[in-house]
Ligand binder design. Structure first.
Ligand code: ATP
Ligand code: MG
Length: 214
């Protein structure tokens, strides 16, 4: 089953950023995108994950053209089917780590698995306010929050940017096991080439185009 499909995608701000990008992601598959800072990786992820309408080209998620959906249908899609992990973490600042997970799980009709917290090494900090956590702890809480929603497709922008090597490896193990087990998909943006190459396909964003690295 195809989870994500896009053909001839182009986007420009006041200058062209990328052009004629085509990409497909099937259930159980992982794709990594690498490229230098400023090459347009985050923007592409925003376009593919329903947050930014491209200038031309369609994005199909689960067989639906997302930019033809109503705002209500989009909200539902994001709430139930998409797991979005961005470079800056959108946690509710006044709340504890646990409350942040609880809200996401409740909205998606899922429960929080203790094993996930243990594997991410955050079970000891769940009662603390997110503003009291380190950058890496906040990042791990964001990951736990997303996986607790049981998404069909995960978009992760530098999810291991603040983590040490061992923790980053554990996060990658979790993602890959999760998508296998749930026949979900992972679209990962990373500067870490070693992590990237654990994905089924690796693409490089360069001069506005995406090419597969073999
Ligand atoms: N909303 C916007 N309006 C105008 N220009 C933008 C906007 N968002 C991003 N850009 C520009 O588009 C280019 C690509 O940005 P983007 O964030 O996609 O890069 P990136 O590959 O994710 O970089 P990094 O590795 O540093 O995260 C940058 O030059 C950035 O300034
Ligand atoms: Mg970026």
């Amino acid at each position: 089953m195809t989870l994500l499909k896009t053909t001839n995608l182009s986007h420009r701000f006041d200058y062209p950023l990328f052009e004629a990008i085509s990409l497909e992601l099937k259930a159980g598959e992982s794709v990594a995108i690498v490229g230098v800072s400023g090459s347009g990786k985050s923007t592409l992820l925003h376009v593919l994950s329903s947050l930014l309408k491209p200038n031309s080209g369609d994005v199909e998620l689960f067989g639906k053209n997302i930019y033809a959906l109503s705002e209500k249908e989009l909200v539902k899609l994001r709430r139930h089917d998409l797991g979005l992990i961005y470079q800056s973490h959108y946690l509710f600042k006044g709340f504890s780590a646990y409350e942040n997970l609880e809200v996401a799980a409740l909205l998606a009709g899922e429960t929080i698995e203790n094993e996930l917290l243990v594997r991410l090494g955050i079970q000891q900090v769940m009662e603390q306010k997110v503003t009291e956590l380190s950058g890496g702890q906040q990042q791990r809480v964001s990951i736990a929050r997303i996986l607790s929603k049981k998404p069909r497709l995960i978009f992760a922008d530098e999810p291991t940017g603040n983590l040490d090597h061992a923790t980053a490896t554990e996060v990658m193990d979790l993602f890959l096991e999760y998508i296998q087990e749930h026949q979900s998909g992972l679209l990962l943006v990373t500067h870490d080439e070693v992590l990237a190459h654990r994905c089924d396909h690796v693409y490089r964003m360069l001069d506005g185009t995406l090419s597969e690295i073999v």
